[in-house]
Design a binder for this molecule. Sequence first.
Ligand code: EPZ
Length: 421
Amino acid sequence: MEKFIIKGGNPLEGKITISGSKNSALPILAATLLTPEECVIHRVPNLSDIRYMLEILKFLGAQVDYENGTVRIKCKNVHSTAPYDLVRKMRASICILGPLIARCGQARVSLPGGCVIGDRPIDLHITGLQKLGADIEIIKGDVVAHGGILRGTSIHLKGKYGSTVLGTDNVMMAACQAEGTTIIEGAACEPEVEDLAHFLCSMGAKISGMGTQQLIIEGVKELHGCEYTIITDRIEAGTFAVAAAMTKGNLFLEHAPVEHMGSVLEKLKDCGASIEIENQGIRVSRSGPLRAFEIVTAAYPGFPTDMQAQFCAMATVAEGTSKIVENIFPNRFMHISELKRLGAMIELSQNQALIHGIERLSGAPVMASDLRASAALVLAGLVAENTTEVHRVYHIDRGYEKIDEKLSSVGANITRVYSKI
Ligand code: EPZ
């Protein structure tokens, strides 16, 4: 196991290059199951979640080559069973379900287990695929599907907490080769869903309405191989933008997808950061006070839940009291008890947190619990007095490519060391 040792206080200055998007790469890699031909995908970030997905695809029969950010993959002969041991490592592996049903006419995929960020059912995925004609049961913890011929139809995919990202992906991928036209109402509009739709169109799919809540998919007979470059990661870019604001730094975030970061950049400006859009990226800096704020998480283009923890860390040292309402994963507050170990003043009741800003956090050992919570702890460590130890950094390696190297290249005092706990 590894941990980060962080000595806080350095303003971050310089350039960081933003990697490809994890949440775009995962479903796009799963979509390669839809064709026996080779797909070449560029800007795939080197993350443990990506390696898990490639392991699953190899297990299903894919030939895979991954080098310098490019994946060459060919799913010539694939089988349709993905066991618990593989799937349990990563919830997002559920997005192989739709492609397997479409490609093999059947699938047996282990139900993803529990998740620390909260209850994450897949009922919408299942009802959406059933509407297309798949006969699905849950047997001994597995989703068992018999597809036969899938037929296009109208499907409403909104649930209690709004649209579903991977649910939209699964149904959209299965509908690409269904007979007739499928209309998905209440579809997720996240840029990663749009990127997947564009990838599918490069394979020969017929999809319109990308980026809107109504997706129209005209079924085609077959899909072919393609070459594609995925979008860059708005959440990684948002995390570094918060780092610049918190450390009173000046960072140029090369290839940051500014067009996907509207709500996050607006909030950063409200907090007192200055945002300049430059050629090939954005510059984030702060010279004046850090002001308190209010955020309510929502589906895109609303404020992303995947940036909530990072803003929570920022609120701990802002002037005044900030309010955070988490509407997507109401229990997604594992970072709060750890931030309190650094001296943060936070009141949590149900899905609302009130954060009373203080002058300075003080370093201590803390434990990462999930991907974005661990990013929040690293950000807090960058501004805390003395030394902060962030344990179990394997969580952060799931979604941030070489974050310690990127941060130290712009002046952070952060080292990765072996840890017994
Ligand atoms: C995606 O997860 C992202 N993961 C998550 O990012 C992100 O937090 C989430 O979307 C919301 O933006 C990937 O893209 C790999 P949802 P997903 O289905 O698709 C409820 C990160 O940090 N729901 O959009 O699993 C669900 O419980 C990760 O990178 C149902 O009720 O999320 C939640 O409250 C964490 N039934 C809400 O909808 C369903 O069948 C949104 O979940 C499906 C979801």
